[in-house]
Design a protein around this ligand. Structure first.
Ligand SMILES: *Cc1c(COP(=O)(O)O)cnc(C)c1O
Length: 383
């Protein structure tokens, strides 16, 4: 029998409801201004994102995926160039490379953080390597000090995929402040989520900023004169107005996620489920912003646990069930599943639990109780 209150994986309206009046006011002023592109709201958000990232410049664009694409275009990626990235990430990290005729070279992850393992980076570099895309997955920075050491020594361009991790930091240094370029996504479920698609590139390099603006606007300068083939990728003023409201509350949203992560750790530690599951670690200091709270489920029980939680009306999701090196569209790259053993293992074990900022302590308890009930039941069955 299922008696607990339902706990959703995500509840976007719950987060937005308290800001409704602020949103309406901000949107009304865009409507009245008639400046739907390139307005003051976009400029303000660019400055705010740059500030959060300890960067000089922000350049708005249409999505996090476009932020990666434009970053690679501005880096001068050419057909046949290799770009090293993790396989355990969202598709857009690698598809941007392929769309430009580049070759994604997938490397394995550190099993404790799910992020690119800096130790395997050096061996993946060839004379064709142009750039590296470390991903700050689930809200935690990749080990950027170690990654930059390798990349600087080999003269490689570094593009941080910070799509899940605005506001994250490592030893006090913010995500997006290490690489030549970094991409941020405003997809509604990201830590700074808009009301539709949107993205941002941040950089400290004035020439790259200029190149990004050129490329995002059809390579057109002056009007109707095209020196390069760009794309059309803009952040519109409506999204920027909404995001300017939300970025003022980003500190609180991050604090809410961190509070929920602490409660999960406390309750799971008391549950005694040390052999059944492993908890996510904030390995590099306290700068984890918990876009996801991702546990590992051992002994091949992940999918059964997920189904059990769903029966109890508890949301959970698998990020990501198929690593990129095993995707159908990348088969021509010639990888075998166990070429990246930690990536393969993670894809078989991970399960993300509800962690959104407005999630209540009571709901965290319901989730932990649900997990405990599942293992009590499966142990009784095994006995
Ligand atoms: C969401 C995401 C993207 C793409 O962002 P969109 O705004 O959805 O295009 C890229 N990389 C990672 C790691 C993401 O999580």
């Amino acid at each position: 029998m299922n008696t607990n209150r339902p706990v959703p994986l995500l509840d976007v309206p719950r987060g937005n409801a308290p800001l409704r009046e602020e949103f309406l006011e901000a949107l009304a002023s865009v409507i009245d201004s008639g400046r739907f592109l390139f307005g003051p709201d976009v400029k303000k958000l660019e400055e705010e994102c740059a500030r959060w990232s300890n960067c000089r410049f922000g350049v708005g664009c249409a999505s996090g995926s476009d932020a990666l694409l434009l970053s690679l275009m501005a880096s001068g990626l050419r057909a046949g160039d290799e770009v090293i990235c993790p396989s355990f990430t969202f598709f857009a990290t690698a598809s941007a490379v392929t769309r430009l005729g580049g070759i994604p070279v997938f490397v394995d992850i550190d099993p404790e953080t799910f992020n690119m393992d800096p130790k395997v980076l050096d061996a993946a570099i060839t004379e064709k390597t142009k750039a590296v895309i470390p991903v700050h997955l689930f809200g935690q920075c990749a080990d950027m000090d170690a990654i930059m050491q390798v990349c600087d020594a080999r003269g490689l361009i570094v593009i941080e995929d910070a799509c899940q991790s605005i506001g994250a930091s490592m030893n006090g240094r913010p995500a997006s402040s290490w690489g030549h370029l970094a991409s941020i996504s405003f997809y509604p479920t990201k830590n700074l989520g808009g009301m539709g698609d949107g993205g941002m590139i941040v950089t400290n390099d004035e020439e790259l900023e200029d190149q990004l603006r050129l490329l995002a606007g059809h390579g057109m300068r002056p009007r109707y004169y095209h020196s390069v083939v760009g794309i059309n990728s803009r952040l519109d003023s409506m999204q920027a107005a909404v995001l300017n409201v939300k970025i003022n509350h980003l500190d609180d949203a991050i604090a809410g996620r961190q509070k929920n992560a602490r409660l999960y750790h406390k309750l799971f530690a008391k549950s005694g489920l040390t052999h059944e599951i492993s908890l996510p670690k904030a390995k590099l200091g306290d700068g984890h912003v918990w876009n996801q709270f991702t546990i590992r489920v051992h002994n091949g029980l992940r999918d059964q646990l997920k189904a059990f939680l769903a029966e109890q009306n508890i949301g959970s999701e698998i990020y990501y069930p198929v690593p990129l090196h095993m995707q159908e569209c990348f088969q021509s790259l010639g990888y075998q599943p166990d070429d990246l053993p930690e990536t393969l293992k993670a894809s078989e074990e991970v399960l993300s639990l509800p962690i959104f900022p407005e999630l209540e302590a009571e709901e965290v308890r319901i989730v932990v109780d649900g997990v405990k009930r599942f293992f009590a039941m499966s142990q009784r069955r095994a006995a």
